[in-house]
Design a protein around this ligand. Sequence first.
Ligand code: SF4
Length: 289
Amino acid sequence: MELRATETEFCWTVRRRRYWRTCRRKYFLHYYASQGGFDPYAPRSARELYAVKKGISLDSYVRRLVNLAIRECFYAPVDEEMPETPPELFSVAAHRAGWEFQQMLEGKTPLVLWELLQSDFSPAAIHREMMEKLDVFCNQVTCNAWKTLAAIPPCDRRAVASPLALAIAELKCYLVPVIAMRRAGEIWMLEGAGEEDAGDEISVLGKFAAAQLWGTPPQQVRSFILSGDDGVFTEVGADADVSEVLRGIRRDVGEMCQMIGDDGSVREEDFPANAKMCGSCVFRAFCRH
Ligand code: SF4
């Protein structure tokens, strides 16, 4: 299969890095073969790949719901009649889960649970499992990370766009910050995308973001992600070497761009499959390795 790489703007994200480093065929399917699949008149393969690309696992979706609930509650105006009563994470997250799930069933949003793409899915069973997981995770976060976050005074909460586009020289990158705050002269950022294995990159991009948004020196910026196991937030990239991380990103980007021909073409066979990663890969039905 040969496609054009020039139809979408190139930008670096932690997901792009993960796919590039784990399975390049997956990278090709996600970033190139699904191009234009949002168009109902696009070829069927592009439409199906796009649907899978926009999909999300139940666990990731629950984490996304909780991150969005944290963001909504953290930046909610203080209730002057009950200033000591912060909004409840579960009710905010459950409200979103309810209407988004309905939209998924009606095909009104590109966002969809992978579980709903299975031929034998049961909406009621998936909904029940989703709400149970949401209840457990919200309880964990409410008893841990949220206790700290809810106590941050409004004057120390820093508004931040999400997703957040950053320009590092000529390279466009994206972060997905949940919230940002000032803590003892530092800026702390809670990142919503990526795992601990991308912690150094998340931390370095957080430093660039804080410098560009608030003029904060890099040594005064710390990044965190929310742990899915116990609802605490974990610092990432505390010892990241900024120069080394930037070199790594540029090396990856250089290799990614080398795969694009002078005429803007990309060929599937140039992106080798990594059969060791097939276990839970959602592209298995489309992968011809
Ligand atoms: S099925 Fe395996 S080889 Fe194919 S894209 Fe997925 S991980 Fe890569």
